[in-house]
Design a protein around this ligand. Structure first.
Ligand SMILES: NC(=O)c1ccc[n+]([C@@H]2O[C@H](COP(=O)([O-])OP(=O)(O)OC[C@H]3O[C@@H](n4cnc5c(N)ncnc54)[C@H](OP(=O)(O)O)[C@@H]3O)[C@@H](O)[C@H]2O)c1
Length: 280
């Protein structure tokens, strides 16, 4: 496994397992356990995915069967918009911990910027409280654009370590990527496979043939070579393995460029500028 290092010198695995649309059932538990047994060290969930209990059971089962320690894993969850506001953050965090059966998270994210700047700033103060109270290892954001950071950073005493955003070859987010690099904020991609849509693209398939890997592996590798943390979701054992088998090949500069050139600024998820959280 390769790791990225945040500006605060803490580390995070560059590939992890996504769990959006994974039901809170035995499959969730088995999926997470299987991933840990097969080399995953990072799991991404969120309060709004409503699967924290079974994800937590999978983490526990994975630790038991591998003999790994909790500190070998990197667990992320996210604060939902209904719990925004400084005074609500600690309770929401504790609820996630209780559901997961954990006593700390490695990373807690503000899920969306929301539509109200003052609420966003106040909420971040609650995130900073968690960090100051040593309840969480790292705090970050999700779905923030540069203008959201400009607002947040003018009021924050702790800078987010990471921004988790939609990122794939149809949405290459060049401006955001440059902004985050300049700010030393790590970028992380969600829906890296564009919910599997990008795997049908001819250029992706051609490059997969050239390197002797699958289209999904090519996309995950493209993220890694852009220094972007990537969390593909799968509940299929063979794909879970496949998605981590990405450290024995490299894309050439030309292959990276061909993938970059697929950009159409096309999203599969909401635009953060007009998302208030009323549809997941
Ligand atoms: N912060 C946010 O606002 C936000 C928003 C969305 C997602 N996320 C996070 O990002 C994670 C990933 O995004 P996502 O779940 O939306 O989509 P994704 O990872 O882009 O795509 C998942 C889809 O691709 C399929 N798949 C996975 N590996 C494959 C492979 N090797 N070959 C072929 N198909 C494959 C999966 O099928 P099977 O499962 O059936 O194998 C599933 O249908 C989420 O799970 C969540 O943790 C965060």
């Amino acid at each position: 496994m390769e790791y990225v290092e945040f500006y605060n010198e803490n580390k995070m695995p560059i590939v992890g397992l996504g769990t959006f649309r994974v039901e809170n059932d035995e499959q969730a538990k088995e999926t997470v356990q299987y991933a840990i047994e097969n080399g995953y060290r990072s799991i991404d969930t969120a309060m709004i995915y409503e699967n924290e209990e079974k994800v937590g059971e999978g983490i526990k089962a994975g630790l038991e069967s591998t003999g790994l320690k909790r500190s070998d894993l990197f667990i992320t969850s996210k604060l939902w918009l209904d719990d925004y506001g400084r005074k609500n953050v600690a309770d929401a965090y504790q609820t996630s911990l209780d559901k997961l059966g954990l006593d700390y998270l490695d990373l807690y994210l503000v899920h969306w910027p929301g539509m109200d700047e003052e609420v966003m700033i106040d909420t971040w103060k609650g995130m900073e409280d968690l960090l100051k109270d040593n309840k969480v290892k790292n705090i970050g954001v999700s779905n923030f654009k540069p203008h959201h950071f400009e607002t947040l950073l003018s009021h924050a005493s702790v800078k987010p370590v990471i921004d988790q955003v939609e990122f794939h070859p149809y949405l290459t987010q060049e401006d955001l990527r440059k902004y985050l690099q300049a700010q030393h904020i790590q970028m992380e991609s969600w829906s890296p496979l564009m919910n599997a849509q990008i795997l049908e693209n001819d250029t992706v398939k051609k490059i997969a043939d050239e390197v002797g890997k699958s289209p999904a592996q090519v996309i995950i590798r493209w993220n890694i070579q852009h220094d972007v943390v990537v969390i593909p979701k799968s509940v299929t054992p063979s794909r879970i393995k496949e998605n981590l088998d990405v450290f024995d090949f490299e894309l050439s500069d030309s292959q990276m460029e061909q993938l970059d050139n697929l950009n159409e600024d096309k999203r599969v998820g909401p635009d953060p500028d007009n998302y208030s959280g009323h549809n997941k």
